[in-house]
Design a protein around this ligand. Structure first.
Ligand code: UN1
Length: 499
C-alpha cells in the first residue's frame, strides 16, 4: 500500500474485498504501485449481468421523476466528495488537480441535467390520417447499459452515461479502463451510499481487461453498449454488438484541428490552442492535434506557440498535485513510446520541431513526463492521420479557406474542430463544411460543456452522449396508435377490406 492509502480507503471503504493479484494499479505520477486488484471471473460477470436484468425489471416500473431523485442524491454526494474524488482522479490518471476538479464538476453538472430530464422524457403526438385515431410516440426503458470507459476521463464519461441511463430506467454495468479501476470503485461506493431504499444492483462495476469487456459486449442481455476509447477498440466492439443486433454508442478517436485565419484575434487563438494542445498532457479525445494556419501568419504563430510550449516544458511539467503544474505525466511508458514514434515519423518532413523530450525523471523512473511538442510542416502529411494520445501539435499552412477545410477534413476521424476568425463569413463557411460532431468558433477544440450532444463522425464512431437529446439512445422508441371510435376503424392508406 502506498502513501495514498488514506485517500483510497476513505473513498473505497470496502477496498479489501477487491484486493487480489490480477490487476496492478500504478500511479502515473511516480510509477509506484497503488494496489493490486482481482478481476471479475466469467461467472461473476454472468451473475452481474443477471442481477442487472432483475434490477431493470424493478427500475422500469419506477416513475422517471423518482428515478431522477436517485440521480439528484448522487449529485449531492459528489459535491461532498468532490475534492477527494478529484485527487483520486489525479492520482490514478495523472491529470492536474484543477482538471480533476473540473472532471468531477462535469459529473455534478450531468447529474443536474439528468434530474431535469427525468421530468422531460417527452414523446410526440402525431396527427393521424384516420378519424378517431390517436398516434403517439412513446419512449420506454431499454435495459441494462454496458459502459466501457477510457483512462483519460475515468469518471465523467461514466456519469454522462449512467446518469442518463438511470433516469431513462436502465441499470448500468461499468467496465472501466484497467488503468483506472480505483476511481470506478470510488464512484461505485459513492453511488451505493445514496442508493439505499432503491432496487439493488442499479450500478455494478466489472473489473478487468479487454477479455472481461468482451464478455459484456457479447452478451445479448445488454441491449446497449456505450464505449469510449480508441478507434481500434471501437472496431472490435461495434461489429460484435451489431452481430447480436445490439445497439452501440461509440465515442472513439479524434484528430482535432483549429483553423487560424488572417482575421483571427491571436490574443484569443493562442491560449485556446495551448489549452487544447498541452492540457491533460494531450490526452483528451478532444485535444488539439493540428493547427491549420493561413500562410501569412503561420511563421509568427509557430514562433509564439513554440516559445510558450518551451516555457511550459521548462517550468510547468511535473507533479499534477502541485498547483503550479500545467502538464502532468503521460499515462504510461506505451504512451511515451507512441509519442516518440510519432515524432520519429514526422521528423523527415518537418520544417521545425520544438519539445517532445522526456523530462522530470526525478519524479520516478517508472513515470513518463514529456515536454509538449510543436511541429511546423510545409504541407499536409499522411503521417498525421493517426491519433497520437500525447501533447504533439502539428502546424500546417493553407492559402484559401476552401483548402483549409479540405486539409481539415482529410483525416479519418471527425470529433471536434474550431476556427479562429473575426469574419462572420469565414465562421459560417467553416460550420457548414467541418465534418466533425463539434465545430467551435473562437473556442478551442477541447473542454465542451455537458449541455450539448458530445461525439463525432467517421472513425469517431457516430455516437452522441451527454446533453441535448442524447438520452434517446438509452430508451426504446414505440409508435402507438389508438382507435377510440364506435364504428369499424378505417384502414390506413384508404384501403377497403370488407370481411
Ligand atoms: C474525452 O476526452 O473522452 O470536451 C472527453 C472535453 C471534455 C470531455 C472529453 N468535456 O474536452
Amino acid at each position: 500500500m502506498s502513501a495514498h492509502t488514506d485517500l483510497i480507503r476513505r473513498l473505497i471503504p470496502d477496498l479489501d474485498s477487491y484486493l487480489g493479484s490480477d490487476l496492478p494499479v500504478y500511479s502515473p505520477i511516480d510509477g509506484q504501485l497503488l494496489v493490486t486488484l482481482k478481476v471479475d471471473s466469467q461467472s461473476s460477470i454472468d451473475d452481474k449481468i443477471a442481477r442487472s436484468v432483475s434490477a431493470f425489471h424493478q427500475w422500469r416500473e419506477v416513475p422517471a421523476p423518482q428515478r431522477g431523485e436517485l440521480v439528484r442524491r448522487l449529485g449531492e454526494a459528489l459535491r461532498t466528495h468532490k475534492e477527494d474524488l478529484a485527487k483520486l482522479v489525479t492520482l490514478e490518471c495523472g491529470k492536474i488537480l484543477e482538471e480533476g476538479r473540473g472532471e468531477v464538476q462535469e459529473m455534478i453538472d450531468i447529474c443536474d441535467f439528468a434530474v431535469g430530464l427525468s421530468r422531460q422524457l417527452y414523446g410526440l403526438t402525431i396527427a393521424s390520417e384516420r378519424p378517431n385515431h390517436v398516434m403517439q410516440e412513446n419512449w420506454l426503458p431499454l435495459g441494462p447499459v454496458g459502459i466501457i470507459s477510457a483512462f483519460n476521463f475515468p469518471v465523467a464519461v461514466w456519469s454522462w452515461n449512467s446518469c442518463l441511463a438511470l433516469v431513462c430506467g436502465d441499470p448500468c454495468l461499468w467496465k472501466p479502463s484497467e488503468k483506472t479501476p480505483l476511481t470506478a470503485l470510488a464512484c461505485q461506493a459513492i453511488f451505493d451510499s445514496v442508493a439505499e431504499g432503491y432496487p439493488a444492483d442499479l450500478s455494478l462495476v466489472i473489473l478487468g481487461f479487454a477479455e472481461q469487456g468482451d464478455q459484456l459486449v457479447s452478451d445479448s442481455r445488454v441491449p446497449l453498449i456505450s464505449a469510449t476509447g480508441s478507434t481500434r477498440m471501437g472496431r472490435a466492439v461495434g461489429p460484435k454488438v451489431a452481430a447480436r443486433f445490439g445497439r452501440s454508442l461509440l465515442e472513439l478517436g479524434g484528430n482535432n484541428a483549429v483553423i487560424v485565419t488572417p482575421s483571427a484575434d491571436l490574443g484569443i487563438a493562442v491560449p485556446s490552442i495551448l489549452f487544447g494542445s498541452v492540457g491533460t498532457a494531450g490526452q483528451r479525445c478532444t485535444s488539439t492535434r493540428r493547427v491549420i494556419a493561413h500562410e501569412s501568419l503561420i511563421g509568427p504563430l509557430y514562433e509564439s506557440l513554440s516559445k510558450a510550449v518551451s516555457q511550459i516544458g521548462e517550468t510547468k511539467v511535473g507533479d499534477p498535485l502541485e498547483a503550479s503544474t500545467l502538464v502532468g505525466p503521460l499515462i504510461d511508458q506505451a504512451a511515451f513510446d507512441g509519442m516518440q514514434s510519432a515524432l520519429d515519423r514526422i521528423r523527415p518532413v518537418a520544417k521545425a520541431i520544438t519539445g517532445g523530450e522526456r523530462t522530470r525523471e526525478d519524479l520516478g523512473t517508472g513515470a513518463y513526463y514529456a515536454r509538449p511538442a510543436m511541429v511546423l510542416l510545409s504541407e499536409n502529411s499522411a503521417v498525421i492521420e493517426e491519433e497520437t494520445f500525447a501533447p504533439i501539435t502539428y502546424l500546417i499552412p493553407y492559402r484559401t479557406l476552401e483548402e483549409a477545410l479540405e486539409i481539415h477534413n482529410s483525416v479519418p476521424q471527425g470529433l471536434s474542430s474550431a476556427i479562429m476568425t473575426t469574419d462572420v463569413r469565414e465562421a459560417e463557411y467553416f460550420k457548414r463544411h467541418s465534418d466533425c460532431g463539434i465545430a467551435n468558433v473562437n473556442i478551442g477544440t477541447s473542454g465542451a460543456e455537458i449541455g450539448g450532444a458530445f461525439g463525432g463522425e467517421k472513425e469517431t464512431g457516430g455516437g452522441r452522449e451527454s446533453g441535448s437529446d442524447s438520452w434517446k439512445a438509452y430508451m426504446r422508441r414505440q409508435t402507438s396508435t389508438t382507435y377510440f371510435g364506435r364504428e369499424r376503424p378505417a384502414l390506413a392508406q384508404g384501403i377497403t377490406f370488407d370481411v
